[in-house]
Write a protein that binds this ligand. Sequence first.
Ligand code: GTP
Ligand code: MG
Ligand code: ZN
Length: 422
Amino acid sequence: MFGKLKNFFTNTPPAPVKPLFYDIVCPYCFAKFHHENVVFRAGHHREDDEAFHLQEDEKLNQYRAKFGLAPIDELEAWIEPSTIADENKLYSDNVLVGVSDRYSVVTRNRLCPECHNDLPVTAGKYPSNIISIVGATSVGKSVYITSLIRTLQRVTASNFEAACLPLNNSISRRFRDEYEIPLFESGNLFEATASTKRQEPFIFQFVFKNDDRAPLTLVFFDVAGEGMTQKDYLQLHASHIKNSAGILFLVDPIQIRAIREKMIYQMGENPGKIVGIADEPREVVISLFEDFISQQENSKTNIPTAVVLTKSDLLHALRSEDGEYIQSNSNVFRNVIHRGFLNLDEFENINGEIKRFLSKVDIPFVDAVDVYFKDTAYFAVSALGSNPVNQQVNGIISPIRVDEPFIWLMYKLGYIEGRQEQ
Ligand SMILES: Nc1nc2c(ncn2[C@@H]2O[C@H](COP(=O)(O)OP(=O)(O)OP(=O)(O)O)[C@@H](O)[C@H]2O)c(=O)[nH]1
Ligand SMILES: [Mg+2]
Ligand SMILES: [Zn+2]
């Protein structure tokens, strides 16, 4: 009663309270834990104290083995904060960031308690945001991740007064050597990602130049589409998808039965590689949801989900004046650049157009999405800008609207504003 009265007189809503700290989600293994439960890598080693010998770190090597990485022989010991007196713990912004060990050597090297990988310096001070990219085999996940990360680094970051940085050099090198150079410099497409190949996630930080704005830790996992309806494979990825802050759900137009024949016919003599019908988008949604997203909530999930139609360059084949499927002046073929904020007019146009299109050609899929996901929007991207011939990209790759679903997720997560063009 008093609260109501007070609000009535002052007429200002209570200011939102920023939490003092956040649970940490490990960007390597996706374990979620309290910031006081991290462990530390000792800042030195000693021959005369067994507890401080150089030693094998079993947890770290188990993690590395899972992703096919060579074990590391010897490392400094790891230290549990529970063995350290409170006065020897160091805090920054209410988050435990360091300890002084029994030799008064300070370490600020925080590790995940589950997998013993180094945590980002911002862990616990800001929310951790994992963005999952899912979709059936051959929808274009590997190509899209490459084109998206490259665009985030070269275009989106500067449009939002930010920088998009790999978390460390080994991620930077792996992204360049295995993804960016082969595709963008040599024009080669990728082999199908095998579900037996364990890949470490790509971790990037999207850091705003204005210090007051929280950085985003982005984790992209290049999952194998062939595993998307296999229970044991999904189990391996359960924690990363369940702990996601956003989902990019990719749909391949050539996999939609109602338009497949028409598109192949229109592509004429050189249609490129056309794979057989794989799992239908609806099957992927259902297995994704029932196998684990539902385990946390039992009804709809609140995780904002961008449904992304890939290979939008192929939709040229469906273009017509009467716009039975795609209008000839459709938004799909026009690259749109969002600067500083999400342009809500452009967003609403593409969202409306693609939702209508998918409702026409694959209503069971749209219905499944509506049933399971509370917060969705529809997009269309072309990671390559044109249809490759013989698994080779010709000429310069000019991606279309690739960062738009990501910008929408930043908007949904409260990092940027959305505005009408006026
Ligand atoms: N026309 C066109 N084709 C594309 C585009 N992106 C991908 N493709 C085609 O789709 C194929 C598969 O792309 P990938 O990125 O390897 O697919 P994926 O989803 O990673 O597949 P899995 O690894 O099997 O799950 C490529 O070899 C290209 O032929 C695009 O933007 N336009
Ligand atoms: Mg792949
Ligand atoms: Zn971990």
